[in-house]
Design a protein around this ligand. Sequence first.
Ligand code: GN1
Ligand code: MG
Length: 362
Amino acid sequence: MLESTTLQRIFQFFGLDPLDWHCISFGTGLINSTWILKDNQGNIKYILQRINHQVFKRPEDIAHNLETVGQHLANLHPDYLFVRPIAAMNGSTYLQCEGDYYRIFPFVKGSKTLDVVNRPEQAFEAAWSFARFSHLLEDLHPSMIRETLPHFHDLGLRYQQFTEALNGAEAELLQQAEKEIGFIEKHSGYVSVFEKLKRSGEFPIRIMHHDTKISNILFDAHDKALCVIDLDTVMPGYFISDVGDMMRTYLPPVSEEEKNLDLVVARPEYFRAIVAGYLSGMSGSLTGLEQQQFLYAGRFMIYMQAIRFLADFLQRDKYYGARYEGHNLIRARNQIRLLESFNQQQGRFQTILEETMVSTRR
Ligand code: GN1
Ligand code: MG
């Protein structure tokens, strides 16, 4: 919860009268904390967020990126809905307070977020929106955008961190995670694929969102996507990050928290929706090599998340935290199961990819 003195300072900084607002905890993110601000009539008007300063070391870079992207879109695509944080009296869009950082976004009226994807149309809408976002930023040079989390989706580095976690782990934890460690090691070829793609010259650095889970899209009452949100990790990267994280989070009918692994399966009709939505939102901008990497995108992100959860388990949950004993091992198992289900169906997914590429071209 928020200390009431902190809340008072936030209100004061952003010029809001404390008597007018009720602050209620909201959202399920693992890193930042979120609240909604309701007025006295019970209407949600603002979203308040605390940026996790342990993770995001330079919040001023986030502010710089939001400003640069917002300005670019306002100039070239004035009809595009881009939600910018509100500015305080002194022009700053964030408040630094006792080592933490706070900012406030206007709430988009009539919008809602989804926690699970239960219709392929929702996956299509989300994929289209994330693609459109990157597409509209193609004429903004990636060097204009700062890396808010350096090497965030660098699979080589993640693998190295996993190896370090292995070397430093207690024997008891190593034993509990023996099977999962074996799986990660056996599939380390995914890391070399990434290194090869980066060197290929046909795999451009683009401005990507880097956190494309479904709750980062605002939908209207009819499940039409209104806009993308949670822009802290908007930074230069590769298209496989966004497409892959959509596969990781939209393909299964359950979340990464699910303990019953029988429920963790990759659903082909959602794969089709992601590919179709993404290709159409990108309007033909993907290179030939990129178009061939939709399956790899899924593997890349699911594998990386499995590594991150497993490394965190071995390091006693220092990054993600844990709500129960073995939580991050369960999360890693869930991701591994998803990757197995994905790979078991790769023939089918490849056919869907080819069909969708043909129908999108028409
Ligand atoms: C974190 O905080 P949240 O839930 O938006 C993480 C993502 C992971 C995700 C897994 C900055 O995102 O990379 O995919 O947890 N973000 C960061 O749930 O590490
Ligand atoms: Mg996030």
